[in-house]
Ligand binder design. Structure first.
Ligand code: SF4
Length: 458
């Protein structure tokens, strides 16, 4: 239903969420697990959750997303899901032959209190896990957190189960890319490659959820971090984690478990955050930045300066995930746009403090809310209109009702393609974002221009 009945008057709500700006934890855990080569994600709960999580990812990536389910019925809901999971592990290894089963929980199995490590140990004791195969897990109750924390929990699970210190440090850096697109993961690897830095990236969904059409179906596509590399991550010389919420827990766990020191950075979206990422890799690996990257940076800078008149003072409303929004807000402020309404569905007070700090010099009042919803965002927009919306597909209802252009950014994007193939991280990703912003603003300018001011040349 369109939102044209959203009232302008804002009423304080504490127990009601309308059009949440997030999805549930297992979706993030499933996405992370797909970034391990030869891995089948497994949803420990009812078939409804599993079907929703798979379809959410399939709709976003336009690729078939495979997973298993413990298929709870009334019996499992009362007596616990141990028997179902043991049977599932046996069936999956026998029929689908993955190297890894990555189990995540759901609201139901968490409420029952199923002890997944105990069930995995029992499966091993009973010989249901063949030699050289693994079952890992993450707890992802969806009545707390969001898809981002589910992602973070599964990535930490990769460290907990696999990373092993081999006694000496290898000349290699771990990269934890955060909850970003396969195209972004590819770009982060490419940037490290341009610097000549040897890396292990986990998870890695490039060539899993953005693979080519070959005419043949592969249940386990060619991409994904290998188990061998996940084990080796414990003896890398350092870790660069991108996005504190999505990647911080795994990076800290690796430091604690294997004494691999970590630097936790913002996602490299925009000029400054990409500079920080490049500079950190340069410093840790002891390399110099090649001309090729300076040229990419210079191009981004060129477009920022050439097009500044179109960005300056344009008001923007944003909805999305904390790690993305922090970097995106910083980028928009750096090009003199005014992000004035910012909502994430993921809880966390640090987010609000950080956004306030980034926007402190924006010459306009700024609204920010964590654990907020799109209904509130819409109300803010009704009270203080903006020139541009940036966020996921659910923002299109606000865009239509308020007649404001929308740049699709974040998760999920259900009604467009491109996000899986073209990054928004790095200097090239920054250029793509600017292109999308300019297209949206200038298309609107052309649409609304009077005949005498309808310009051929910008
Ligand atoms: S919120 Fe809980 S019950 Fe609903 S789909 Fe997610 S895991 Fe399942």
């Amino acid at each position: 239903m369109l939102l044209r009945h959203t009232p302008k008057e804002i009423t304080e709500r504490t127990a009601l969420n309308i059009n949440p700006a997030k999805t549930c934890q297992p979706i993030g855990a499933m996405y992370a697990a797909l970034g391990i080569h030869n891995c089948l994600p497994h949803s420990h709960g009812s078939q409804g959750c599993y079907a929703y999580h798979r379809s959410a990812l399939t709709r976003h990536f336009k690729e078939p997303v495979m997973a298993g389910t413990s298929a709870f019925t009334e019996g499992a809901s009362v007596f616990g899901g141990q028997a179902n999971l043991l049977q599932a592990i046996n069936n999956i290894f026998t029929i689908y032959e993955p190297e890894v089963i990555a189990v995540h929980t759901t609201c139901l199995s968490e409420t029952i209190g199923d002890d997944i490590p105990q069930i995995i140990a029992k499966a091993r004791d009973e010989g249901k896990i063949p030699p050289g195969r693994y079952v890992i897990h993450a707890n992802t109750p969806s009545y707390v957190g969001s898809h981002v924390t589910g992602f973070a929990n599964m990535v930490k699970g990769m460290v907990d189960y696999f990373a092993t210190a081999n006694g000496h440090k290898e000349n290699r850096i771990n990269l934890i890319p955060g909850y970003v697109e396969p195209s972004d993961m590819e770009e982060i690897k490419r940037l490290a490659g341009e610097l000549g830095v040897s890396t292990i990236m986990f998870p890695d969904t490039s060539n899993v959820l953005n693979g080519p059409q070959t005419g043949k179906y592969h249940m386990y596509p060619t991409g994904g971090v290998t188990v061998a590399d996940l084990i080796l991550a414990g003896s890398s010389q350092g870790t660069v984690a991108l996005g504190p919420l999505a990647s911080g827990p795994a990076a800290r766990a690796l430091d604690t478990k294997c004494k691999v020191p970590c630097e936790i950075l913002n996602l490299p979206i925009g000029l400054m955050a990409t500079d920080t990422f490049i500079d950190t890799l340069r410093r840790i690996a002891g390399v110099t930045v090649p001309d090729s990257l300076n040229i990419e940076r210079g191009r981004l800078l060129d477009v920022i300066t050439d097009m500044h008149q179109y960005f300056f003072g344009r008001k923007v409303a944003l909805a999305g995930d904390p790690d993305q929004l922090i970097s995106l807000t910083e980028f928009l402020v750096s090009i003199d746009m005014w992000p004035i309404h910012i909502v994430t569905g993921t809880p966390g007070k640090k987010f609000e403090a950080r956004i306030k700090e980034i926007t402190k010099d924006v010459p306009h009042p700024v609204n920010v809310k964590a654990a907020g919803d799109m209904f509130l965002l819409h109300q803010w927009i009704k009270n203080d209109p903006v020139d541009l919306l940036m966020g996921n597909t659910y923002m299109k209802y606000i865009a239509r009702d308020e007649d404001i252009p929308l740049v699709r950014f974040g998760f999920p994007i259900l009604d467009r393609v491109g996000h899986s193939y073209f990054p928004t991280v790095g200097y090239r990703g920054g250029l793509r974002l600017l292109e999308k912003i300019l297209d949206a603003l200038l298309d609107r300018q052309d649409r609304d221009a009077l005949e005498e001011s309808f310009e051929l040349v910008m």
